[in-house]
Design a binder for this molecule. Structure first.
Ligand code: GRG
Length: 320
């Protein structure tokens, strides 16, 4: 049983988050060949006050596998760069068309659409430069590059996003809006579809964060230590889904000031969401069960996984 409350954990992780931010800032200094407005657009989104959940997961997974923070920081930054690129592109008028992100104007609102697209492109490529150059040894760097590329690619984040932005009725199932659960009935087809979207769109990057941290922590033993990587896999799949359920719940009932983005838009657009499909109570129950299962999966990594376990509890209790 973990005693640390999520608020206390967040405070305890503040110095680590500050060191992650410092590394992200150093990685985006650039030579004079980078146009100043492109640099500013990248830093506007990358250094904005996000929760830094994914880089924290990288570092804490490395720690759970016996690795050091210093060794994990390049991979942590790479994952955050891919995440920031995805948020910039997701906010564009052609996708979610949002004005506010992380409590400030979205990249295209501050710098224009063309520069925002390029800032996203440059963050994505920078992530792989950092991994290939700064993760050691080179064999682990190569594996990290392959895993992060797959998690961000056509069968994962980009594929999930492509299915998610499809107007209702124009894609593969569900071709009708989700049926609700007022009579206790669960529409399993819609639920399966929703989980399949989020496993790729959101979950894959959580899983990659944990796997990259695990690979860095285990070093060249990564291949030989299947038990510990598989514990991280089980943990990652569950917290990825729980995170998304909580995100949907915050969209319905969160505080826009805290969350730092427009809320209620998924519900307003009639989009398929967990509370829309299962109701608030059942969605909350499922998120709780997933986090309990995630924490139980960490047993092969104990006691070094205690901060990872506490971060999973935060995913459930977060209000931003
Ligand atoms: C455009 C290729 C491409 C992909 C976009 C990640 C994503 C796919 C879209 C983001 C849209 C969104 C709000 C998804 C819900 C879950 C999610 C990723 C929320 C944002 O992550 P947080 O809460 O954000 O960790 P911070 O700002 O704290 O890092």
């Amino acid at each position: 049983m973990v005693e640390t409350s999520s608020a206390t954990l967040l405070e305890q992780l503040d110095p680590l988050r500050t060191r992650i931010d410092g590394a992200l800032a150093r990685y985006t200094e650039f030579s004079a060949d980078c146009p100043p407005d492109l640099r500013e657009a990248m830093r506007h989104s990358l250094l904005a006050p996000g929760k830094r959940l994914r880089p924290l997961l990288v570092v804490l997974a490395a720690e759970a596998c016996g690795g050091s923070e210093a060794a994990a920081l390049p991979a942590a930054c790479a994952v955050e760069m891919v995440h920031a690129y995805s948020l910039i592109h997701d906010d564009l008028p052609a996708m979610d068309d949002d004005d506010l992100r992380r409590g400030q104007p979205t990249c295209h609102r501050a710098f224009g659409e063309a520069l925002a697209i390029l800032a996203g492109d440059a963050l994505l490529t920078l992530a792989f430069e950092v991994l290939a150059r700064d993760v050691q040894p080179p064999a682990v760097a190569a594996r990290c590059c392959a895993e992060l590329a797959a998690a961000a690619g056509a069968c994962s984040m980009v594929g999930g996003q492509a299915d998610d932005i499809r107007p209702c009725g124009t894609g593969v199932p569900p071709v009708v809006p989700a049926k609700h659960t007022s009579n206790g009935h669960v529409d399993h087809e819609s639920l399966h579809w929703l989980e399949r979207i989020h496993r790729r769109k959101t979950g894959a990057m959580f899983l990659a964060s944990l796997r990259l941290g695990g690979l860095v922590g285990l070093g060249c033993n990564g291949g030989a230590d299947a038990d510990r990587l598989s514990a991280l896999d089980k943990f990652g799949k569950r917290i990825g889904l729980a995170f998304q359920i909580v995100d949907d719940l915050l969209d319905v009932a969160g505080d826009p000031e805290l969350v730092g983005k427009r809320l209620g838009k998924d519900h307003g657009r009639g989009k398929l969401t967990f509370p829309g499909l299962l109701g608030v109570e059942e969605s909350t129950r499922r998120a709780r069960v997933l986090i309990d299962e995630a924490c139980a999966a960490l047993s092969p990594l104990k006691p070094k996984a205690s901060r990872l376990e506490a971060l999973a509890r935060y995913v459930l209790e977060r209000n931003l």
